[in-house]
Design a protein around this ligand. Structure first.
Ligand SMILES: [Zn+2]
Length: 467
């Protein structure tokens, strides 16, 4: 498997340290608000990368931090008159709900910054002792000029004219000393920790170093984030961690590009700031967004528009119909037409091969989807025959499951009993050529949120999709 490593700026063959387990740290959300679809693009990318490792047969230890203390979370909790914990729990729960709706696998450990303060304090003390950190009036800072490798990830240079960054809005153009620990001020209210350091709270960067070291070890395989985290966040994580341990922090740095909306950066002032709920409220299936994300390469910018989302909603419907039609075909046993089975086997193997090659080529999810849709076409043409050999069915179904096990764009769901009954009744009306009554029932089924498709061998029911 090959991955583009931001550190070496080239595609590299991927080899985990111990040959079979992948330690993977992914920067998580600051839980002060709803996450937007740009954030979600990044989280889908994490999920896909993990699934690619799993497809290769690796076991993945995946950690994603929750930033539950910073300027924004403190401000939000004060404005709403709630405790920091209550405030961040609300948005953590919404975030978890979004992950679920996007079919992001839940084999992730989610440590919170506030649960790892002790570890952060230990690292900071050690950095002070080693001379990489110094005390100022308002806190403890990391001295970027002390770390010789500073800039190895982002290419940023320390030119001597650097300054000190005090709040959580970081300068993206210049290297600067950054806060490891911020001493308490009245603005922080009840939010502070004591212990090994003077009353205060951690800076943002130190939390990821502390949690990565604690949960995954000194040197890990993969660390991911969106491209805007390369500098300063990831550069600073390297400086802190490597100064602290004296060892290489991460072997592969993998970054996802941004999502644009109508060609522009998403921002509240432009009114193009969308959450997953905004999509769902317009009737879209969250998995259409997942499909859209997968159709572009993670290192390319993705331009979100509602028109293109409609295109993916249509494709999602096609996936649903193809899989259900295949399942609906009549299967027979014992009358194996060997030539036909062999032919299907060859076709399926070829598609699986293309699929795997695409995934392993730096996550070429677009080409993986092309193979998946070719497989669904093959399912359709086979299902059109109405009845198929059991062996043929198994070959196709296994391949669909395997590809979808990586893509995660189809999730089985239950059709309510009353909808099934109405559909059966409608089928009877149709057989009696009573089309007026049949159409009425179709409308009723539609009103309940379901769609009925008539196939040569009967009907299948799916959810409603935006047309
Ligand atoms: Zn981070």
């Amino acid at each position: 498997m090959e991955l583009f490593n931001t550190l070496s700026k080239k595609k590299e063959k991927f080899n985990p340290i111990d040959g079979k387990t992948v330690s993977m740290y992914t920067c998580g959300p600051t839980v002060y608000n709803y996450v937007h679809i740009g954030n979600l693009r990044t989280f889908i990318f994490y999920d896909i990368l993990k699934r690619a490792f799993e497809l290769e047969g690796y076991t993945v230890q995946h950690v994603m931090n929750l930033t539950d203390v910073d300027d924004k979370t403190i401000k939000g909790s004060q404005e709403t008159g709630t405790s920091l914990e209550d405030y961040t729990t609300v948005y953590t729960n919404y975030f978890m709900e979004d992950l679920k709706r996007l079919n992001i696998k839940d084999n992730i450990k989610f440590p919170k910054a506030t649960e790892n303060i002790d570890e952060m304090q230990s690292i900071i003390n050690e950095l002070l002792k080693k001379g990489y950190a110094y005390e100022a009036d308002d806190g403890i800072y990391y001295d970027v000029s002390k770390f010789n490798d500073y800039g190895k990830l982002s290419g940023m240079t320390v030119n001597g004219k650097y300054s000190r960054i005090k709040n959580d809005d970081y300068d993206k153009e210049n290297a600067a000393d950054f806060a490891l620990w911020k001493y308490w001020t009245e603005n922080d209210g009840k939010v502070y920790w004591e212990g090994k350091l003077k009353k205060g709270r951690p800076g943002w960067h130190i939390e990821c170093s502390a949690m990565s070291l604690k949960y995954l070890g000194k040197t890990i395989d993969v660390h991911c984030g969106a491209v805007d985290l390369i500098f300063p966040h990831h550069e600073n994580e390297i400086a802190q961690s490597e100064a602290y341990t004296g060892q290489k922090f991460v072997n592969y740095w993998v970054h996802a590009e941004h999502l644009l909306v109508n060609g522009q950066k998403m921002s509240k002032s432009l009114g193009n700031f969308y959450t997953l709920n905004d999509l769902v409220q317009q009737g879209f299936n969250p998995l259409s967004f997942r499909l859209m994300v997968l159709d572009s390469h993670y290192r390319n910018r993705l331009d979100f528009t509602f028109d293109s989302l409609k295109k993916y909603e249509k494709l999602l419907k096609k996936i649903d119909l193809s899989i259900k039609s295949l399942e609906k075909t009549e299967k027979y046993e014992g009358n194996n037409n060997n030539a036909r089975v062999q032919q299907i086997q060859d076709q399926v193997n070829k598609l699986l091969e293309n699929f795997k090659a695409a995934v392993n080529n730096d996550l070429d999810t677009h080409s993986a989807l092309v193979a998946f849709f070719s497989l669904l076409d093959l399912c359709d043409s086979t299902a059109e025959k109405g009845s198929i050999d059991n062996l043929e069915y198994k070959l196709l179904k296994d391949a669909v499951d395997k590809m979808n096990g990586f893509l995660g764009v189809y999730v089985e769901y239950e059709i309510p009993k009353d909808v099934e009954e109405l559909a059966e009744k409608r089928e009877e009306f149709r057989k009696q050529k009573n089309f007026v009554e049949a159409d009425e029932l179709r409308e009723r089924i539609n009103g309940k949120g379901y769609y009925i498709a008539d196939l040569p061998r009967g009907f299948v029911i799916t959810k409603n999709y935006v047309e």
